[in-house]
Unconditional design. Structure first.
Length: 135
């Protein structure tokens, strides 16, 4: 003989409508906040990546211009095609004290529809040869 147990108040396994609605309300509150945080972190990561790339490109271009002595010629500019065509560069010089010239490379790009730029500069002597050694 088997004894069968029965529940009078519906002891079934499942969720009630109130529990489901409460969960949906909590998700409706928490999910937009979490997605905004993810969006902000992605924007910060993109900005950091662009800034790091622009700094590396500007430093490399500045080293090249100083090493081969082309910084002393007319205003130079261009882009980093074919590898990085979204970055444009320009070289600007300014005379400083003690026969030195400030050589600055400005790298510009557009990020999220806004213009951005990074400037890297050094001092160079007009009396140095292409190897950077005084005669």
């Amino acid at each position: 003989m088997t004894i069968r147990r029965t529940c009078l108040h519906g002891c079934g396994r499942g969720f009630t409508l109130v529990e489901v609605l409460a969960t949906l309300v909590l998700l409706g509150i928490i999910l937009p906040v979490a997605m905004r945080g993810v969006s902000m972190s992605m924007a910060a990561a993109s900005s950091a990546r662009h800034t790091a790339e622009a700094t590396a490109l500007a430093e490399a271009k500045l080293n090249q211009l100083v090493a081969d002595g082309t910084w002393a010629s007319a205003t130079l500019s261009g882009d980093f095609s074919p590898d990085q065509p979204e970055y444009q560069w320009a070289c600007v010089t300014a005379t400083r004290d003690y026969g030195l010239t400030e050589v600055a490379v400005r790298v510009a790009w557009t990020e999220r529809g806004l213009p951005r730029e990074m400037i890297v500069a050094t001092l160079a002597s007009q009396s140095t040869n292409a190897a950077g050694v005084l005669p």
